[in-house]
Ligand binder design. Structure first.
Ligand code: SAM
Length: 259
């Protein structure tokens, strides 16, 4: 089971069955369901959270939990995902699926953002490192939950745009930089938790070094061409590591010159 690609929408299935005349009127009708104000988006977010909650229940045997922390759900209910996708993608910002954000990259599927956030056990006093800023959405979700977020993006225009977006939305507890996140951000470490949102061939040793004892790191590990395993690493108080493979996922690759 891979969680990157989601089912086709019911609307598209209907459209395929209909003739051209009907198709036009249905498309017009569809446009009225697109959100035009904040309340519409809040309603769409609530529906999305209900879907995520169902997905978590049906994948409980992989995750080792049947429910997400209420704080995580509240954060997801608050962050305006439509602000993090290109304008042309807004109409489907609250579908439970990844979406293109340009430069061949994606904003991750909301279910994946939800479980990755939950699994690192974010606490209000935490300092968290994210590798792969992308649109800035995951960083914003984290910023609702922890004291300080540091996020690194390797593609400069994406990182700059995400930083601008996060500042405009008032997420002043997120600090971003352009660079290769494989090496972490030692000036601000060690971190209570680390989230890697691109697929690595192996767990980067510099990230392990920058994880606090007692901290969690979540990272997709495996081939850049096939599916990967979402891996949860916990650093014990004595520095030893506990590693759990959770579920198959598909992420864009962690790039850079480190391999
Ligand atoms: N977290 C993002 C969000 O909420 O929109 C989605 C991340 S996207 C799936 C993966 C991101 O990782 C891409 O923007 C990609 O450019 C970035 N990336 C890939 N390799 C990287 C590296 N070595 N260091 C930092 N970022 C990297």
């Amino acid at each position: 089971m891979s969680h990157n690609h989601c089912v086709d929408t019911i609307i598209f299935k209907l459209l395929r069955r209909l003739g051209n005349g009907l198709l036009f009127s249905l498309m017009c009708a569809c446009s009225v369901v697109y959100a035009t104000d904040a309340d519409d988006y809040a309603e769409q977010r609530a529906t999305l959270i209900a879907e995520i909650t169902d997905d978590v229940r049906s994948t409980a045997h992989y995750l080792g939990r049947r429910e997400l922390n209420q704080r995580v759900l509240t954060a997801l209910a608050k962050v305006p995902r439509h602000e993090f996708v290109p304008r042309a993608e807004r109409y489907r910002a609250y579908r439970n699926r990844p979406l293109p954000i340009g430069h061949g990259q994606t904003i991750s599927q909301p279910y994946i953002v939800a479980i990755m956030t939950d699994l690192i056990n974010p606490m209000p006093e935490h300092r968290v490192l994210e590798v792969g800023t992308g649109s800035g959405y995951q960083a914003a979700v984290l910023a609702e939950l922890v004291n300080q977020v540091y996020s690194i993006e390797i593609i400069e225009p994406l990182g700059r745009a995400a930083d601008k977006r996060l500042q405009a939305l008032g997420y002043d507890n997120v600090t971003t930089r352009i660079g290769d996140g494989y090496y972490g951000w030692s000036e601000h470490g060690p971190f209570d938790a680390i989230i890697v949102t691109a697929a690595a061939s192996h767990v980067p040793p510099p990230l392990i070094a920058q994880l606090k004892p007692g901290g969690h790191m979540i990272i997709p590990v495996g081939s850049r061409f096939l599916t990967q395993q979402l891996v949860l690493i916990t650093k014990n108080e004595d520095g030893t590591l506990l590693t759990r493979q959770l579920l198959p996922v598909r992420f864009v690759p962690l790039t850079g010159k480190h391999d």
